[in-house]
Design a protein around this ligand. Structure first.
Ligand SMILES: Cc1ncc(COP(=O)(O)O)c(C=O)c1O
Length: 427
């Protein structure tokens, strides 16, 4: 019997990064050693104090359903975190904890959007937004950005219409690592209020930021060798900028009551605390919307794992030393990569990421007869050199590829050697 699946899933694109990972696993099962730089997850284990909190919770018998929205203690701690770190004052009743920020994004879209609504998504983008918007029967509206991929209000103004229901903001961004400037966030605030649209702010990478003043000296040696490229923010320029301006994460909902009333701020533990497998995230927003999200969750997943919630309390209240250690390791790898690719800038160009743990690389000069698209190029790299990257097609930005540096130093060093070898022969 031929099964007729719903139209909803017939058009659903599978997660591109997970698809690359599937190919990697297949090659690995054939005995091939693959350097996998395709994954969007820290390569560190969850810090021990967090693991211990989950074990203790289990031993204490916290193994039952919790309230759908999450245990009170965690919602209280999330509210405190938002106030202290993000300058947003949410009551715990305005917080919902769910199965990762991915689910909360979906729930937010589900409770806000009807068929015919449009949601603006800055591109390059994490393709999950696009698919989730479609699942809600709304229409994604791509706001295409150019390198260095820093979103401006102008990018959004071009796309706004009477049908616009919401704008997705992701800063620091996947796949570019770009951080939206404070001035632009203020302009976007004005736009959202004037046009009566919602903001869904995905702040999952907020704690992984680079380019503070302390790190300039180390980047300087790389910057001198990078030639000026029109349209790109070169490393030289970046270093100069950041001597004046420190890269910082700012939550749009912190700009006042009015914008807070139309913003859903989404975050989670996956990236900051290396807790991808625990499946826990949270959202803050106006009570009416959060209540609707809780209601939706009560009919789908119910609460996320009770143990993950107790672990989440420890993550927020315990020592934050491990976050710094991980962030420092990412910063070191990022510096290594920027220096390593300097010599190849005639064929590759990179935009130095300001946050997250990805390097977005322009490979258009390596495309031609054999590799026509960045997707072909990634397949070639995987087959010939056994290095897995994600093609820009997965981020609606062909011609580029994403390299995740959430991988061990020796893996990165070997991968760079192989990529460079492949760049020389690819056309
Ligand atoms: C931009 C962005 N938002 C959200 C997520 C999902 O995170 P979580 O594990 O909390 O569902 C990811 C994961 O790759 C991401 O890149």
């Amino acid at each position: 019997m031929k099964t007729k699946l719903s139209a909803r899933v017939r058009t659903l694109a599978p997660s591109a990064t997970l698809a690359v990972d599937g190919t990697v696993k297949k090659l690995q099962s054939q005995g091939k050693k693959i350097l996998n730089l395709s994954l969007g997850e820290p390569d560190f284990d969850t810090p021990k104090n967090i693991q211990d909190a989950a074990i203790l919770a289990m031993q204490k018998g916290h193994t039952h359903y919790t309230t759908t929205a999450g245990i009170t203690k965690l919602r209280e701690e999330v509210a405190k975190k938002f106030l202290k770190e993000n300058h947003i004052s949410y009551d715990p009743s305005e917080i919902v904890v769910g199965v990762g920020s991915k689910q909360l994004l979906y729930n937010a879209l589900m409770v806000l959007c009807d068929e015919g609504d449009e949601v603006i998504v800055p591109v390059p983008t994490w393709s999950t937004y696009i698919e989730q918007i479609k699942l809600c029967k709304a229409t994604p509206c791509e706001a295409k950005m150019k390198p260095p991929f820093k979103l401006t209000v102008k990018d959004l103004e071009k796309k706004i219409s009477k049908k616009t229901k919401a704008i997705i903001l992701n800063s620091p961004a996947n796949p570019t690592g770009a951080v939206i400037e404070e001035e632009e966030l203020k302009n976007i605030t004005k736009l959202a209020m004037a046009k009566n649209v919602w903001i869904i702010a995905d702040e999952i990478y907020e704690k992984i930021l680079y380019m503070d003043t302390r790190r300039h000296a180390e980047l300087d040696s790389a910057s001198k060798e990078i030639p000026k490229q029109d349209g790109y923010r070169t490393v030289t320029r970046q270093v100069r900028d950041d001597k004046v301006k420190k890269i910082q994460h700012i939550s749009i909902a912190s700009f006042g009551r009015e914008i807070k009333a139309r913003t859903i701020t989404i975050n989670g533990f996956s990236k900051s605390y290396a807790m991808t497998g625990w499946r826990i995230g949270y959202a803050g927003g106006p009570k009416e919307v959060i209540s609707a999200m809780i209601n939706l969750q009560s009919q789908t997943t119910s609460n996320t794992s009770s143990l993950a919630q107790y672990a989440g309390v420890e993550a927020l209240t315990g020592s934050q030393r491990s976050i710094k250690k991980m962030a420092d390791a990412f910063a070191k790898r990022r510096r290594f990569l920027l220096k390593a690719f300097v010599a190849d800038l005639d064929r590759l160009s990179v935009v130095p990421p300001e946050g997250a743990f990805y390097l977005f690389i322009n490979v258009t000069k390596c495309l031609g007869k054999e590799y026509k698209t960045s997707s072909d190029w990634c397949t070639g790299l995987l087959e010939k050199e056994h290095v897995a990257l994600v093609p820009g097609e997965a981020f609606l930005y062909p011609g580029w590829v994403r390299l995740s540096f959430a991988a061990a130093d020796d893996v990165l060093e070997e991968a760079v050697k192989r990529i460079k070898r492949f760049v020389k022969i690819s056309n």
